[in-house]
Design a protein around this ligand. Structure first.
Ligand code: ADE
Length: 220
């Protein structure tokens, strides 16, 4: 998979592929991540990318020209163009699964007051990472790219994402590691029993109880 991230602040991504699982995925050529400064596409002599809103009001609005030219330059018939915006559909694990099967994602990060409305005509999808407003789409792009990259076959063992929170609409089960007793807090006996059938049952119940307590909306 190829992920192109379009931003005015490329420096914000300088460590994104430098550590841990994302680094390994890049090193193994399972994903290619390119950070593209769309200011480079501005035809304005001062490389301007935004202007004041028609009709008046606060803030600046991202102009069509640099973003259209940039997307038209890199887009192929395999590309899916995604705008990051608080007005978008709320991002969910199911969308991450679907997007992890795409060949080429283009993630468009906004900044300032917003996008010229006509930019929406060149995107396939608008995503929000939650009901709050950030200063730009850069963190949302990292959140979305991270959650997709870990689902690309070969990046992590499939078994470890089959039990991820939100699969089957359930949160993940409780886990423990050594020591068995920490400050009087014991690891549940069943996990030490070696009885895999019982352990599986315990984990299913753990997932259900957690979900019921913390996210009853997921059970509906
Ligand atoms: N840009 C600013 N806030 C955002 C959000 N919550 N999700 C996606 N993009 C954004």
């Amino acid at each position: 998979m190829k992920i192109d991230i379009l931003t005015l602040f490329p420096e914000m991504f300088s460590n994104f592929t430098k550590d841990s699982i994302i680094k390994r995925a890049v090193d193994q050529n399972l994903v290619e991540v390119n950070i593209i400064d769309f200011r480079e596409y501005s035809k304005d002599p001062h490389k301007k990318v935004d202007d004041t809103p028609y009709g008046g009001g606060n803030g600046m609005v991202l102009m069509c020209q640099p973003i259209y030219d940039c997307i038209e330059d890199i887009k192929t018939e395999d590309s899916k163009v995604i705008m990051l915006t608080p007005d978008g559909t709320t991002y969910k694990q199911k969308v991450a699964y679907d997007l992890s099967k795409e060949k080429h994602l283009i993630l468009l990060c906004g900044h300032y007051e917003g996008f010229d409305e006509r930019i929406r005509n060149i995107v396939d999808m608008e995503l929000s990472i939650g009901d709050y407003v950030l200063t730009g789409g850069e963190y949302p792009a990292m959140v979305i790219a991270d959650s997709i990259i870990r689902l690309i076959p070969g990046v992590i063992e499939e078994e470890s994402h089959l039990r991820d929170s939100f699969n089957d609409c359930l949160l993940d089960y409780e886990t423990y590691t050594k020591p068995q007793n920490f400050r009087g807090m014991q690891v549940p006996e069943v996990l030490l029993s070696g009885d895999h059938k019982k352990i599986d049952e315990f984990r299913q119940v753990s997932r259900y109880n957690r979900t019921k307590e913390r996210r009853p909306d997921l059970l509906e």
